[in-house]
Design a protein around this ligand. Structure first.
Ligand code: ATP
Ligand code: MG
Length: 350
């Protein structure tokens, strides 16, 4: 049975008249990885700062479970923070070497003294920073500083890990490494709460996504369920030989007629004006379908059996991330220009 370990109850933060976080309710279970995703200024950092007791909520509260006790108000438990590791915003460290800094944080968190050095070496090695151990962190590049920030959050081996935009400043390889590391933490049973404005970056490692916009949670569910709610279902089908332009219109018409009952009957025109598209560049079709598993099977059968002489299917997939992008666009209602740019880009990617 899943056990709630963090609970945000009607959490609200105001800065003067401005409400940055409005009545947020979220529950995180032990061992889960939750993504808090929203555009710049949505209220992610403010929420995390309340979880780290850096900011005090104006209304509502945060409940946390320490060891196997009951859920308790975060403000009443001083031990809570040492069970948690935080990376908040872009770290700004003191004038110290990486070693001094990490030692300082480990001691602060009461990590066993005789194990500190091994722990520092283990993490520096993983993040490929061993040779920088005795260098001043003030001289580190943005990405290196960010890595030290992540190590600092993990140094005392906390059960709950809260990371605010961990990918900031990191190059693609380092981002992949961080994801790999987060997966390792998942297998160790850690609970991870991670804020990001980049859905792509974190969707694959998150069990659930909480979408936040203008301080409000506008969706909290698994990636699959969020996509189903919005009927943003697509299938990408690559063919062996390019479709000749002179045949394209007829093929698209036949496909549309034949597959009508499996296609999305109520397709959002912001996503696409037609339910089947062909991209010459990617040599493939994109189908906006009704999201049912049976429809997915039927469409494939039709493509293979009834269009055998028109094209040969070489791949047929329902992309996960692009569905999520859709959800994101839909839910945070980005401005028209952003939608246009995104859709154009997707058109290119198919
Ligand atoms: N100390 C503060 N005083 C006044 N307003 C603040 C303060 N901190 C945050 N805000 C405002 O609260 C809103 C939410 O900010 P927050 O930093 O939580 O957003 P975010 O989701 O983390 O954005 P980003 O993706 O840019 O990091 C913003 O409009 C911001 O201007
Ligand atoms: Mg932020």
């Amino acid at each position: 049975m899943s056990e709630t370990i963090i609970k945000l109850e009607n959490l609200t933060k105001k800065f003067g008249n401005f409400t940055a976080v409005k009545q947020i309710n979220l529950e995180v279970c032990k061992g889960e990885t939750i993504g808090l995703v929203g555009p710049n200024g949505a209220g992610k950092t403010t929420t995390i700062k309340m979880m780290a007791k850096i900011l005090r909520p104006n209304e509502g509260r945060i409940l946390i479970k320490i060891n196997s006790g009951d859920l308790q108000d975060l403000h009443d438990v001083s031990a809570a923070l040492s069970k948690t590791g935080f990376l908040i915003d872009i770290p700004n460290f003191y004038n110290m070497t990486a070693y001094q800094l990490l030692r300082y944080f480990a001691k602060l968190q009461h990590y066993p003294k005789d194990k500190i050095n091994d722990r520092i070496d283990e993490l520096l090695t993983f993040f490929k920073l061993s040779e920088w151990k005795y260098k001043n962190v003030k001289t580190f590049s943005k990405g290196m500083t960010q890595k030290i920030g992540i190590i600092q959050a993990l140094i005392h081996d906390p059960d709950i890990i809260v990371l605010d935009e961990p990918q900031t400043g990191l190059d693609p390889l380092a981002r992949i490494e961080i994801r790999k590391f987060l997966r390792e933490l998942q297998t160790m049973g850690k609970t991870i709460f991670i804020a990001s404005h980049m859905l792509y970056e974190i969707s694959e490692i998150c069990d659930k996504i909480a979408l936040i916009n203008h301080g409000e949670i506008i969706g909290f569910d698994t990636v699959e369920n969020l996509a189903i709610t919005l009927k943003a279902n697509e299938l990408n089908c690559v063919v062996l030989e390019p479709i000749e332009p002179k045949n394209l219109a007829t093929i698209l018409e036949r496909l549309t007629n034949r597959l009508q009952s499996y296609l999305d009957q109520d397709l959002d025109p912001r996503i696409s004006k037609i339910p089947i598209k062909y991209s010459q560049d990617n040599q493939g079709f994109k189908f906006y379908f009704d999201g049912k598993k049976e429809s997915k099977v039927e469409i494939l059968k039709v493509l293979i059996k009834e269009f055998e002489t028109d094209f040969s299917v070489i791949s047929y997939i329902q992309p996960r991330t692009s569905q999520l992008e859709r959800v994101y666009i839909e839910m945070v209602s980005m401005d028209d220009q952003a939608i246009e740019t995104k859709l154009n880009r997707e058109e290119g990617n198919l």
